[in-house]
Write a protein that binds this ligand. Structure first.
Ligand code: UFG
Length: 339
């Protein structure tokens, strides 16, 4: 299928391009390079040995998006473009609603202009809020707490209503748990700007010597070792879930929600130990206060994706840590050298 990939130069977007092409699909990227670099697309292009067509365009730019759609005639869209830092979303709510919510509406308008009715949306497990039970299944109540979570929840609602008004359309809402890992080639990976907010990039920057030590946010949670537990999912597994989702959407109409996780939770200390093994070096850390807004534990019930999409995570914790170390040690400054 011809697949328009918004935010295709980003962390999950680049990994998805590789899996799309491997499965015989034809992607076209739009990205405004706000939190991504063209070098990432160059590297994808090297890996797949073909050019990756793209337009430098903001997802809120209706005219430019419509022009791309009129030229490329997408049969499906994978919508990654958005702002994604939970803490920042509280400081810049207008930007988050504008990009993540208004951007989704603009994209739908551009899709309607060319009769494209299939979309896979990058949602987040954070829409569930505080767990009433674990693992979360898709029927768990959604009580989004952060501005970021609210924008994802609103976009889910918009897409669901849009599908109801366009019954021949297919909307696939993928609720990601915690994406980590890098491509096996070590050529592409996560490259956060500034100080990383998330655990895995922080650990890997400590391992490579860019930062002195990790701060562990709380060891008094009601978990096995007291540190926060999350369901980490390898980005390559996550990328393959998108391919399964567009292929499902090709033959089905409806709005569907899928958890994309492994079903296996690991604590912060588990992650430190696994990374120490992969990188063969100690990760200095210090326990500090809990981070406001964090929950003790999150785990996915991903059985719905297995049943309907025929997708399940295949890569375990060692593969996650080894691939992050491969990427970080080969690219200590991320894509910097190529910028
Ligand atoms: N943590 C630390 N030290 C750090 C960073 C994180 O101890 O420097 C801990 C956190 O307290 C948490 C765990 O590591 O227990 C994971 O934290 P992350 O920031 O990596 O991930 P979150 O679960 O907080 O958030 C992620 C994504 C969000 C998404 C959310 C739910 O960053 O975008 O999962 O899906 F919304």
């Amino acid at each position: 299928m011809r697949v328009l990939v918004t935010g295709g130069a980003g962390y999950i977007g680049t990994h998805t391009l590789i899996e799309l092409i491997a499965a015989g699909h034809e992607p076209y990227v739009v990205d405004n390079f706000d939190n991504a670099v063209p070098e990432a697309l160059n590297r994808v292009s090297e890996l797949v040995q073909r050019p990756i067509p793209f337009t430098d365009c903001d997802v809120r730019d209706r005219k430019a998006l419509t022009e791309v759609c009129e030229t490329f005639r997408p049969e499906a869209v994978i919508h990654f473009a958005g702002l994604k830092a939970v803490g920042e979303s509280e400081e810049r709510p207008r930007d988050y609603y504008d990009v993540n919510v208004a951007g989704t509406l603009t994209l739908l308008a551009a899709m309607e202009a060319v009769g494209c009715r299939r979309i896979v949306f990058s949602s987040s497990a954070t829409v569930y809020g505080v767990p009433e039970y674990l693992p979360y299944d898709e029927a768990h109540p959604t009580v989004p707490l952060s501005v970021y979570a609210k924008t994802k929840h609103m976009a889910e609602g918009i897409l669901t209503d849009w599908q109801r008004a366009n019954p021949e359309g297919a909307v696939m809402l993928l609720r990601y748990f915690n994406p980590v890992g890098a491509h096996v080639s070590s050529r592409i990976g996560e490259d956060p700007q500034g100080i990383p907010n998330n655990l895995m990039p922080f650990i890997s920057q400590v391992a490579v010597g860019r930062r002195d030590k990790l701060m562990v946010f709380g060891d008094d949670y009601d978990t096995a070792d007291g540190t926060g537990v999350r369901d980490y999912i390898h980005v390559t597994d996550l990328a393959r879930a998108h391919v399964k989702a567009i292929e499902f959407a090709e033959h089905t109409a409806g709005a569907e929600v899928f958890n994309i996780g492994t079903g296996q939770g690991y604590s912060v200390l588990d992650m430190i130990r696994a990374f120490e093994k992969a990188a063969d070096r100690p990760i200095p850390y210090e326990v500090t206060d809990r981070r406001p807004g964090d929950v003790a534990a999150m785990e996915a019930d991903a059985s719905r994706a297995a049943k309907h999409l025929g997708w399940r995570a295949e890569l375990g914790l060692d593969a996650m840590c080894e691939s992050v170390w491969g990427w970080q040690s080969a690219n200590p400054q991320g894509y910097e050298e190529g910028r």
